[in-house]
Design a protein around this ligand. Structure first.
Ligand code: PHE
Length: 336
């Protein structure tokens, strides 16, 4: 066993490409190579020398493995390069992703309102108390604040996570003069338990229209147009409701129909589905944004995108929208 000679052979071996690298592996490291055969020869070494000889062979193995691994790195890179240089090779098929269903529905709704002259406004998800509550006629300690509990981040300054994108409407009114026609899409937060139907965050689109002589009729007509465009339904009703920032306030229901068993289930046997909240902007809210309520009036509405998305795609559990399971998401690749 001439360990020194083998060591020299290992070090002197010229590795210049993948072929010589493979030769190196076959000579030294493969099952029939020199190093494994040295290990089997150990059996014949006298007991007292066994330990030292074993150590030396181990060192050889380590050396050869290091050289081999380095060669692998060097030459696999070279191979990759030659693939790139070969421009005649057919390329790999690129797998296209798909849009998230919430984005698909959001874009559809945005398109519907852009067509009738609305613009898009956005604002921060971390808000102050004024824009999320107080300016919207929800002063501190007002019981209606219970309708939208949130996550409070700090007391001074009074930062919190916005509970609706109505906060964006306040910012928009503060910075723009009427006529105002804007929709505000965005993520909002509520301090609520997570279940199949509700989550601690979701997405909204809210709309705001302020001009001279805007009336409830304008609101109703706009919502009818929206319902026809998005759902292809043309029967709606407005049910009286309450929001601190609108007066009068209403919920919009659409007549979904009662043709299938699913229709029965999702409309609880009534045929009607609640879609959004709306109303005429409360004069106090206009005043808070320095808009004269004697000169101007307006309407506002707000809807939850998850609800609409679940309805349009028959999704039962809101949580599937946030899991990002590729098997779920790839089903929407044709809907872009
Ligand atoms: N901001 C309300 C909500 O989040 C929705 C709404 C907007 C209602 C505008 C009326 C007018 O629940």
């Amino acid at each position: 066993m001439d360990i020194e000679k083998i060591k020299n052979d290992i070090v002197d071996f010229k590795i210049t490409d993948n072929i010589s690298l493979e030769k190196f592996r076959l000579s030294f490291l493969s099952k029939k190579g020199i190093i494994p055969s040295l290990f089997s020869e150990l059996r014949n070494v006298p007991k007292e020398q066994k330990k030292e000889a074993g150590q030396k062979i181990n060192d050889l193995k380590k050396l050869a493995t290091e050289i081999f691994e380095k060669g692998k790195l060097d030459f696999s890179k070279a191979e990759e390069k030659s693939v790139i240089d070969d421009f005649t090779k057919p390329s790999n098929i690129l797998r296209l992703g798909s849009r998230h269903p919430i984005s698909i529905v959001k874009n559809k709704i945005i398109d519907i309102f852009l067509k009738i002259g609305f613009d898009i406004s956005e604002g921060p998800e971390i808000e102050d108390d004024w824009h999320n509550f107080t300016a919207l006629n929800l002063p501190e300690y007002h019981p209606a604040r219970d309708m939208q509990d949130t996550f409070y981040l700090s007391k001074d300054p009074d930062w919190l996570l916005r509970t609706h994108t109505s906060s964006v409407q306040i910012r928009h009114m503060e910075n723009n003069k009427p006529p105002i026609r804007t929709i505000s899409p965005g993520r909002v937060y509520r301090n609520e338990d997570i279940s199949a139907r509700s989550h601690c965050f979701f997405h909204q689109i809210e709309g705001l229209y302020i001009d001279k002589n805007v009336s409830f009729v304008d609101l109703k007509q706009t919502l009818l147009y929206f319902t026809k465009e998005l759902f292809g339904k043309n029967k709606i009703r407005l049910r009286p409701s309450y929001f601190p920032f609108t007066e009068p306030s209403a919920e919009l229901d659409i007549y979904w129909g009662l043709e299938t068993e699913t229709d029965y289930r999702i409309t609880k046997g009534t045929g009607w589905l609640e879609i959004l909240g709306c109303g005429m902007v409360d004069p106090n809210v206009l005043k808070n944004c320095n808009i004269d309520p004697n000169e101007y009036s307006g309407y506002a509405f707000g809807l939850g995108l998850e609800r609409i998305t679940m309805l349009l795609y028959q999704i039962d559990d809101i949580r599937t929208l946030y899991e990002n399971d590729i098997r779920f998401l790839s089903q929407f690749s044709k809907s872009i």
